[in-house]
Write a protein that binds this ligand. Structure first.
Ligand SMILES: NC(=O)C1=CN([C@@H]2O[C@H](COP(=O)(O)OP(=O)(O)OC[C@H]3O[C@@H](n4cnc5c(N)ncnc54)[C@H](O)[C@@H]3O)[C@@H](O)[C@H]2O)C=CC1
Length: 540
């Protein structure tokens, strides 16, 4: 074995032990460790994975988490659902029943739904795509239904016909009054149980928006003919996530009661929900809260982890690198992000990408760009000091290589963090697929981590790094003359333009950075031959 350990400057913190088969690495922030036996945290000592890594296999585990659907995906999904909604005895309904029966069993009573579920037709005609929406929507819908039933109620069949609109239609009816709805819902929730107020941040704007998206997703997914496994896993994951707020089982009952009451309140001025819609609503809400509760209950891992800030670096005036040591090592996959709470903003949780792979020392690193007016970033930037204790909830994220296929990474600004975590982890394997990292910044001096990337590229033959900057020269406020980037190839232009020279057929394409870049680079990747399912982003 030829060992090449070193201690680099700046942010670089990588030590390599080069073997005949390739390069493995162990690293710590300050000191390089040339130790061929370093096993990553996800491979328990003595496990088959650890043995596979020792034998040179690329042993990154498969992802477990279901991603949160993006707002766009939700909207598309939802539109499709409203067009072809139907309620049936689907897997989702079975889940509702199991969840309700499980609750009953824990309460010691007989299951409520021993037989079949509600006799709602399994399929029906599509809802009217021209269905009127804002404010007058509900009233108009009721008028339409009444006219089809006779003004003073109609046949059982007619009631069934409008019940087919079901949950997707309730979601559509809520949309025009979404803001008032979520305000009313949380006011009702906190009135029912004032202790809940202390678990959430003072500013509920983000929460209300997120809650609405979740509700919309659930209410439009349930009537779908398939995809219920994903929905159940999504809700279970959401329940696991919500453990960080300290929610108890009773809180879920309160939430269910508040939600049902608030939906009824929306329909109240328009004649109220009929019995079938009310039953459908209750089932949907039971599914939502029941599966979340089950997900939370069945997770044996701690709801929160803690880590202490040990170092805050400022590679350039617009960027903080925060390093922490956790009480207990965090379990995550390289490339993932973690829900984070800082002491200056209690009860506020934000996703941050981990810039190091998991390690037994519990070392964590985050790259945080100061965003003018940014809620968390500016606080971290101005106020974080060594000794601060940060808390962490669930980890998420799907950025990862896939088998032996070549990988192209597109990292814009601090979008480099998850890529660096993956690359450091890969450098511990003897065999890796070829990786081409394109890292972009506004100007050369903003390429903040070239000091780490240059030695990583120099010692790992499978890795190629290309830097891309929009401008050729640095802004006036960047006083430190930047030179580290000169160790790696540099192109000028946009990151997306730089992709135009690549053939991405058969490549796994991982993209991280500003939202605009995620969108533009995803389109460019597909245009350059990548299969859409191989283009992976994690919009934070
Ligand atoms: N997993 C992820 O997707 C991660 C995302 N981030 C996010 O990345 C962002 C990084 O911000 P900064 O460092 O200030 O980046 P920046 O604004 O300095 O831009 C970095 C690079 O992205 C390109 N870019 C920016 N906007 C673009 C657009 N609309 N279309 C095409 N290219 C675009 C720029 O040309 C530049 O090459 C933050 O918003 C952060 O939240 C950070 C870490 C992980």
């Amino acid at each position: 074995m030829t060992a090449a350990g070193f201690r680099a400057t700046g942010l670089a913190a990588t030590g390599f032990a080069t073997t005949a088969r390739g390069a493995t690495a162990c690293w710590t922030w300050g000191t390089a460790i040339a130790a061929p036996g370093c096993a990553p945290l996800w491979a328990a000592p003595g496990s088959a994975e650890a043995a596979a890594i020792a034998n040179g296999a690329n042993a990154m585990p498969a992802p477990r988490a279901i991603p949160y659907p993006s707002l766009r995906r939700w909207r598309l999904f939802r539109k499709a659902a409203i067009r072809r909604t139907s309620l049936g005895s689907s897997g989702a309904w079975t889940a509702i029943r199991s969840s309700r029966n499980a609750q009953d069993e824990t309460r010691g009573s007989a299951p409520r739904d021993p037989g079949r579920m509600y006799s709602i037709p399994a399929s029906g005609g599509p809802t009217d795509p021209r269905f009127p929406r804002p404010n007058s929507g509900i009233a108009t819908r009721r008028r339409m239904e009444r006219s089809s039933q006779g003004e003073h109620g109609g046949s059982r069949a007619a009631v069934g016909a409008h019940a087919r609109h079901g949950l997707a239609q309730i979601a559509a009816d809520i949309e025009p009054v979404a803001d008032d709805f979520t305000k009313g819902l949380f006011a009702r929730l906190f009135a029912l149980d004032p202790s809940l107020r202390d678990l959430f941040p003072a500013n509920m704007t983000g929460h209300r928006a997120t809650f609405l998206r979740v509700l919309d997703h659930v209410f439009t997914s349930i009537p779908q003919p398939d995809g219920h496994d994903d929905l159940i896993e999504f809700l279970a994951q959401l329940g696991r996530d919500h453990r960080k707020y300290g929610l108890t089982e009773a809180h879920y009952d309160t939430m269910a009661a508040a939600l049902i009451a608030e939906v009824h309140a929306v329909y109240e001025p328009h004649g109220g929900l009929d019995d079938e819609d009310a039953a459908v609503l209750e089932q949907g809400v039971q599914l939502l809260t029941g599966v979340m509760r089950g997900g939370a209950h069945s997770d044996p891992t701690p709801a929160r982890r803690r880590a202490r800030v040990v170092e805050v670096l400022r590679p350039h005036p617009g960027l903080s690198v925060v390093r922490l040591v956790a009480d207990e090592p965090l379990l995550f996959r390289p490339g993932q992000y973690v829900e984070t709470q800082i002491p200056q903003m209690p009860r506020v949780w934000r996703p941050l990408s981990l810039a190091m792979p998991p390690n037994t020392q519990g070392q964590l690193e985050f790259h945080i760009r100061a965003v003018p007016g940014g809620y968390l970033s500016s606080t971290v930037f101005g106020e974080t000091r060594p000794g601060d204790v940060w808390q962490f909830g669930q980890v998420h994220g799907l950025l990862r290589p896939d088998g032996d296929r070549p990988v192209t990474m597109i990292a814009g600004g601090t979008g480099l963090a998850p890529m660096k975590s993956i690359l450091l982890a890969m450098s511990m394997n003897a065999n890796n697929p070829d990786v081409h990292l394109l890292v972009g910044a506004r100007s050369p001096g903003l390429l903040y981590d070239s000091e780490s990337l240059a030695p990583l590229a120099a010692t790992n033959p499978w890795l190629k790094v290309t830097q891309v900057t929009d401008a050729r020269s640095d802004p006036w406020w960047l006083k430190r003359p930047a030179t580290a980037y000169r160790a790696l190839p540099l192109r000028h232009g946009s990151l997306v333009d730089a992709m135009s020279r690549l053939d991405l057929t058969g490549h796994r394409v991982l993209i991280a950075g500003p939202r605009g870049l995620l969108r533009a680079a995803s389109e460019a990747a597909v245009a350059r031959g990548a299969a859409p399912e191989d283009v992976v982003t994690d919009p934070l």
